[in-house]
Design a protein around this ligand. Sequence first.
Ligand SMILES: [Zn+2]
Ligand SMILES: [Zn+2]
Length: 332
Amino acid sequence: MKAQILATPAAVENHPLRYVDVPTPEPWDDEVLVKVNVCGVCRTDLHVVEGELAPRLSQVIPGHQVVGTIVKSGKRAGKHTLGTRVGIPWLHRTDGICEYCRSGQENLCENALFTGYTANGGYAQYVVAPEDFVYPIPEGFGDIEAAPLLCAGIIGFRALRLANVQKGDTLGIYGFGAAGHVAIQVAGYWGIKVVVCTREARHQALARELGAEWVGGAYDVPPIRLNAAIIFAPAGELVPAALGVLKKAGTLVLGGIHMSPIPSFSYDLLYHERVVRSVANNTRQDGLDFLKVAAEIPIRTQTQIFGLQDANHALEALKHDSIQGAAVLRVS
Ligand SMILES: [Zn+2]
Ligand SMILES: [Zn+2]
C-alpha cells in the first residue's frame, strides 16, 4: 500500500514525510483492518512530524482522524460487520487495568497507544485499529466532513465539557482552527455565547459566520468578562491574556497537546478561584457522546482537501495558519 512515513522528525518545510510503498498491515485478533477513505490533518500531526512530541517508534505513519471502511476483522473481532464505515481517533488502545482506566479516566491511561504516534495511523491506504476503539460514523456526514470531528471535534467537545459552561454563559475561544470552528457550533447549540480571539483575518471572518458574538485579535480584550475560555492555539503567551478577562471562579482550559512556555504572571490573575487546566486525549465515551451531538446539531465542518501524496504541503499550510477550518487528505 501507499503511505506517508516519518522516519526522522524535521521542520515540515524540509518535507520529512516520505510517500512510499509499505506492506499492508494485518489485523491482530481484536483488531479490524480499515481501508482509508480520508484522513484529517491535526496540529498534533505537525507536532509529531516536527518532533515536538519525542519520537516513540523508529518510524511511524501519522494521522488520527481516519474515516474508512472495515474490510477485514481479526479472529476475535466481530462487533462491527465488514463494510461498516468507521472513524479511528487519537486514542488507539488502553490497557484497561491501570488506576486511570479503572476510574473512568482512560484518557490518562498509563499504557495508552496513540494513533499516528505510537501506532501507525491513517496517512496510508490501510490502517489497523482495535475494534473497541473505532466509532461508526453517523450517516448524515460525508467522509470528508466527518474527518475533523474525530480529533478536533472530540477534543474540542471534551474541552467544552471541562470548561464547565452553562446555558447563558460567555465562553472565549482563543485560536480558531479546526477545533475552534467545531466547538463554537456545539457551544451555540447549548445556548452559550462565544467570543473569539484569533489573529488571522480569515479565521475571524469564519468565527463571525459561525455566530460569534464578538471577534477580535489574539490579545484584544473582549467587551464582556468570560465565565470560561479555551485556548486552542499552541501559544503560552495567551494564558495570562485569557486569565485577565475571566470572571471570578472562571475556568481556563488549554486544549493542545503542546504549548510554548507560559510566561510568569501575577497571582492576581489566578486569585478568586480561577482555574487553569489542560485537556489530555479523550475517553471513548467522549467520542460516542460527541458524535451523537454532532449528528443532532448537525455540525458543519469546513475543509480544505489535499491528496495523500501532498501531506507535507497540508502540514505546511496548517503550520502557517492558512487552512480555513480543517485540512483533510483524500486517500481513496
Ligand atoms: Zn490504563
Ligand atoms: Zn488531533
